[in-house]
Ligand binder design. Structure first.
Ligand SMILES: C[S@@+](CC[C@H](N)C(=O)[O-])C[C@H]1O[C@@H](n2cnc3c(N)ncnc32)[C@H](O)[C@@H]1O
Length: 453
């Protein structure tokens, strides 16, 4: 068995069986196996592609096998998914895709399952991707269900994306957005402000499209760049960079300001904010409820010289325990992460509409607490990596209704445009900014800004 296929199969199995996260488990397996860069790339494509396209492949397998996927043993189904991905979406020779997948079934299932899988995969390989797409959607009448099958997203997410795009008059872009979710995101680097001399920065590669701190990754191992720069350069989506920079740019920084990142784990935005705070002469505190994630924040902040406090309390209590204490608060709220589906291939199959309601309640309580913790005149950034209206403008609308006098909404769209290098429309509903994978090449970050009166 080719090691790349074995690793992909093992990770896919762990995702199915024990709720593993592919983006955490795969790098560990690749490191342990010491694969060549080419084989590591192959294992990544096999794993991520299979997990992303699972919904579509399951339908193809059902049509071919003539029975619901629920009737198949889990290891057999995973091997069939992996084989289907190779047959329909990769340039793998059909005999290799079929033989190696059948071998996986043989190792993990019965002899009869191997024969059955051989037949199923050979049939799948006889039609093209386009033919399968046509066959799969032919049975559906509902437009969103068709899109859900064609682009391998749960239908409720398709509907949520449709509503979010429609809110800014971009409903016609729905298919582009769904397609963008199925493509590996390009890797972006952030250079933490004020830590590296300009010549080192220039040597890192081209400037990014939007973020003044961003660099286009020139290839190679990004972890090596992080090591060699003592953590001053690291991987970060441009949307996250813009969210942190918009909070800083919302108004000029006065020396001695105190900033708080209320939900900081794993620390991407906190590192950039801490570096900005150091340059501006502000004090910075990061908070994260989950201890293991607070540790990640501490290690992310190690690159920034000086004292940064990392606390581990429940953010919903900050208003009561530290009222009127902070000049700026970043509330990068716990959310469904529907804006980052490109990065977390299995996430779309794990989230439910119930998560939106549950998180919406928490987001509202964190927002209220942050408002209480702001000094008069202080600025709050409410940010999510989800474009779901229930977590974006819905949460904002609720918060504004609860604080009609206490907070004034600022123009986050202009704040993002002010920091961005390239002039494009940053979407949103007027005062808020909504970035999109298909339009901006970023995660679908939502950014809103408020000032306490
Ligand atoms: C969207 S993530 C933050 C991402 C982070 N800003 C970054 O850029 O790396 C939200 C974080 O909030 C944390 N969290 C969840 N509930 C919380 C609470 N009640 N108080 C504080 N943090 C919480 C989660 O553990 C998670 O690490």
């Amino acid at each position: 068995m080719q090691p790349a296929r074995q690793i992909a199969f093992d990770v896919i199995r762990a995702v199915s069986d024990s709720d593993a996260y592919a983006n955490l488990l795969l790098p560990v397996r690749l490191e342990r196996a010491r694969l060549s860069p080419a084989d590591a790339g192959l294992a990544t494509e096999l794993t991520y592609g299979t997990l992303r396209m699972r919904g579509f492949y399951d339908r193809v397998i059902e049509l071919t096998a003539g029975r619901p996927i629920g009737e198949l043993d889990a290891p057999v189904l995973d091997a069939l998914r992996l084989g289907t991905h190779q047959l329909l979406s990769m340039r793998v020779a059909a005999h290799a895709a079929v033989n190696e997948s059948v071998e996986l079934v043989r190792q993990n299932g019965s002899r009869s399952a191997a024969g059955f899988s051989n037949g199923v995969l050979r049939t799948i390989g006889r039609s093209s991707l386009q033919e399968w797409q046509d066959a799969v959607i032919a049975e559906e009448t509902d437009a969103d269900e068709k899109l859900a099958l064609r682009w391998s997203h749960p239908a409720w997410i398709v509907r949520a994306f449709r509503s979010a795009l429609a809110a800014e008059g971009r409903e016609s872009e729905l298919e582009e957005l769904l397609a963008a979710d199925n493509v590996a995101p390009r890797v972006n680097l952030v250079a933490l402000t004020g830590l590296l001399p300009p010549e080192t920065l220039a040597a890192l590669g081209e400037a990014d499209r939007f973020s003044p701190n961003g660099r286009v990754w020139a290839g190679g191992d990004p972890a090596r760049v992080t090591r060699e720069t003592g953590g001053a350069v690291r991987v970060q989506d441009e949307g996250s960079q813009l969210a942190a920079l918009a909070l800083v740019a919302a108004r000029p920084v006065a020396a001695g300001e105190h900033w708080l990142d209320l939900c900081a784990g794993p620390g991407g935005k906190a590192a950039l904010l801490a570096a900005e705070a150091r340059v501006a002469g502000a004090m910075f505190t990061a908070n994260e409820l989950v201890p293991a994630r607070a540790e990640l924040v501490r290690s992310a902040l190690a690159a920034v010289p000086g004292e940064v406090t990392v606390t581990e309390f429940d953010g919903t209590t900050v208003g009561e325990n530290q009222p009127e204490s902070f000049d700026r608060i970043m509330l990068d709220a716990p959310c469904t992460g529907l804006g980052a589906l490109r990065r977390r291939p299995e996430a779309r199959w794990r989230k439910t509409p119930g998560d939106v309601a549950e998180l919406g309640d928490l987001q509202g309580r964190l927002f209220d607490s942050a408002v209480d913790a702001l000094k008069p005149g202080g600025i709050l950034a409410y940010v999510t990596c989800s474009p779901h209206l229930g977590e974006t403008v819905g949460t904002v609308r609720g918060a504004r209704a609860r604080h009609p006098d206490a907070v004034e909404q600022l123009d986050a769209r202009s704040a993002v445009a002010d920091v961005a290098l390239d002039e494009v429309d940053f979407g949103g509903d007027g005062l808020t900014a909504q970035l999109w994978p298909h339009r901006h090449g970023t995660d679908a970050m939502f950014i809103s800004l408020f000032r306490k009166r």
